[in-house]
Design a protein around this ligand. Structure first.
Ligand code: PRX
Length: 644
């Protein structure tokens, strides 16, 4: 299929959609004509204690200041809970599906409100107050959402660390934002196995003096050590607390959460989101992009440890009074039909997953999908990495029976929510394209000098103006915020992605143009993996690049130079893979390690990554200009001994 093949909006979908083509045009025009008026109007989708009168106050230049709704006062948990109690108190808020197909749970808005208030009261008793940082290291259990909302309730800033991260990764995140409380569980469950969360946490806490209390959810019942005075069972400290808790009044620009994400240099950055704008964005995008209707069952398969889980499992759906399905397990356990069995079991209407899962399931053919009925499905979504047209078409035809529009949603941890995506009732789709910006979003493509490219073009993807859900700073390092996102192209937010725009104005994201790689939709900084490798006593130098990978999108390819006298053995290769898993976590496992007696460097000593990427991708006949190499023989050696 050519890139430009359009799949038109079906008339029956347009007829009932919240936003059809006409409304989309009208909204886009309104947002362009009177942004303040448009975003003032949209602010009314969430609950305010004091509605804002100042809407936007943004400067992408100088020190970079981004403020939305700055005189508004609210509490995010009220938008997600209290305001639904009168009309939806008995509706299921969280539909939980366990790793084990025989375990599930239904938590109504009333139940969720009570659970959140109990934990919020317990947090206050432990001394947690507005602005304090609370780290959450939990599996995909209801308590993860409860913990987020309880932090929001008392005005604490949550920082969730994905349960697959190592003790070291957990420790560095806790240290960076000096969290005072950690909420974790005895163990997690995934694909029939357990994950030793409390044991990992204990390792991490050896170097985290800021933590004074640990709250532990008894999840599997596995044996764990409890440190008297510091560790408390969740059950024990929440039972007996009142099911009401006064929400902390928060300024719209008071922080809601920090979420660490990888960049092209240095250690992970604490992306900071604030309350008002983020909540408006979560609600706006969840409703528009998924065409969400009251009563529908909505399922996002992400983990709450990533931004997708924050915005599209918890804050967006709950702000919109949805029933959000939370899944503890994995796509292939107990069988590769699991996703579709869950769809049938809970009559899921909207399903949102990652291309890597689709590609993995595609390998097993149609039968495991077709076994399930899937008639409840109405909309399918994709997120996290470019979706190749083959996977898109399989998703559309095999999973959606050509009935369900696909929303390929482009966004980032930094953007808080979706920025570019088709709206199912308004925009014709093209397999592999995220299509058009949402009303109010202003993307552009620029060349290397920052010149804006018009019409059909390929270049660096930037945003010319702010939107309410934009990150506000890097926690504790505002200078790095400006440097990372606003210095490459003056006065513009630089995404780090490349994209092309076709004759219909559709965007096709081509992937990162910086030293960030996207492994199964998980963002990894090559610098982080390199520093893990060089921390090994036998490694002298390392360079890490992405390589094309059939399932993961990108795999991790490492060039390793050993210290003089060290032998490059198979045992050492295995040891290094295990070392990186231990240092960062299993998601950073190298896919290939090549022994490199030398690395290609310029005469000034800069590693030429462009060449390393080409070798990893096996594109060795197009290495490009190698004339600036200090020692061309290094490249010949690497090409000859390429692995894979
Ligand atoms: O390269 C883009 C890719 O994922 C990056 C953001 O990663 P992260 O902050 O971890 O957030 C992932 C969930 C939003 C982007 O810079 N990306 C995300 N969605 C898409 C995508 N690339 C292409 N198409 C998408 N739909």
């Amino acid at each position: 299929m050519s890139n430009d093949a359009l799949i038109a909006v079906k008339p029956e979908i347009a007829a009932h959609a919240l936003v059809n083509a006409e409304r989309f045009r009208a909204m886009t025009e309104a947002a362009a004509r009177d942004p303040e008026g448009f975003w003032k109007q949209e602010a009314s989708r969430i609950a305010w204690i004091t509605p804002p009168t100042k809407i936007k106050n943004v400067d992408f230049n100088g020190d970079v200041a981004i403020r939305w709704y700055e005189d508004g006062v609210l509490n995010a948990s009220v938008s997600c809970l209290d305001r639904h109690l009168a009309t939806k108190g008995d509706q299921v808020a969280i539909l939980w599906e366990g790793d084990n197909p025989n375990s599930d749970a239904r938590v109504t808005y009333k139940d969720l409100h009570a659970k959140v208030c109990r934990l919020a009261n317990a947090l206050r008793k432990l001394g947690v107050k507005k602005g304090d940082r609370v780290c959450i290291y939990l599996p995909m259990i209801v308590e993860a959402a409860v913990a987020m909302l309880a932090c929001a309730r008392v005005g604490a800033i949550h920082s969730i660390v994905f349960g697959g991260f190592s003790p070291d990764s957990l420790a560095s995140r806790i240290q960076d934002s000096a969290c005072s409380v950690l909420i974790t569980a005895d163990e997690g469950r995934r694909g029939g196995r357990t994950v030793p969360l409390k044991a990992n946490a204990d390792d991490a806490l050896a170097t985290c003096p800021s933590i004074s209390h640990v709250i532990v959810v008894k999840n599997t019942g596995g044996q764990v050590a409890m440190q008297a005075g510091r560790d408390h069972w969740y059950e024990a400290i929440t039972t007996g607390e009142p099911a009401e808790c006064p929400p902390e009044p928060m300024g719209a620009e008071d922080p809601l959460f920090i979420l660490y994400t990888s960049g092209s240099t240095g250690k992970p950055k604490g992306v900071l989101h604030t309350t008002g704008g983020y909540m408006v964005w979560a609600s706006y995008t969840h409703e528009l992009v998924f065409d969400y209707r009251p009563g529908e069952i909505y399922w996002c398969t992400a983990d709450v440890g990533w931004v997708t889980g924050h915005t599209y499992i918890v804050y967006g759906p709950l702000a919109n009074g949805a029933t959000t399905l939370m899944f503890e397990g994995v796509p292939n356990y107990p069988s590769v039909s699991r996703f579709w069995e869950v769809v049938d079991k809970h009559q899921v209407n909207i399903f949102y997953t990652a291309p890597t899962a689709i590609r993995a399931l595609m390998r097993d053919g149609e039968a495991p999908v077709k076994k399930a009925n899937r008639k409840s499905l109405r909309i399918l979504g994709s997120v996290g990495e470019p979706i190749n047209p083959e996977a898109w078409l399989w998703y559309y035809r095999t999973v959606g029976d050509e009935r369900c529009p696909i929303v390929d949603t482009w966004w980032q941890t930094e953007t808080g929510g979706i920025l570019i995506s088709p709206l199912p009732g308004a925009i014709a789709q093209k397999p592999g394209s995220a299509t058009l910006p949402l009303p109010g979003v202003k993307p552009a493509l620029v060349d290397a000098e920052g010149k804006i490219l018009e019409g059909v073009a390929e270049g660096n993807l930037v945003l010319l103006d702010s939107w309410p859900g934009q990150m506000r700073t890097i926690y504790g390092d505002h200078a790095r915020f400006g440097q990372t996102y606003f210095s490459t192209f003056k006065g513009m937010y630089f995404t780090g992605d490349g994209a092309r725009r076709d004759a219909d104005g559709y965007y096709w994201i081509t992937g990162r143009v910086d030293d960030v790689i996207n492994v199964s939709g998980h963002r990894m900084g090559t610098a982080e993996i390199e520093s893990a490798l060089v921390a090994h006593p036998k490694v002298a130098e390392a360079a890490v690049v992405g390589m094309p990978h059939e399932l993961k999108g990108q795999g991790i390819y490492c060039y390793v130079t050993l210290k003089t006298g060290e032998e490059p053995t198979e045992a050492l290769r295995k040891e290094l893979v295990a070392w990186v898993r231990k240092e960062i976590g299993p998601i950073a496992s190298p896919d290939a390690i090549q022994w490199a007696p030398g690395l290609p460097k310029t005469r000034s000593g800069k590693i030429m990554r462009r060449i390393l990427r080409k070798i990893a991708a096996n594109e060795t006949d197009s290495l490009g200009d190698t004339s600036t190499l200090a020692d061309p023989a290094v490249v010949e050696e690497l090409v000859a001994n390429r692995v894979g």
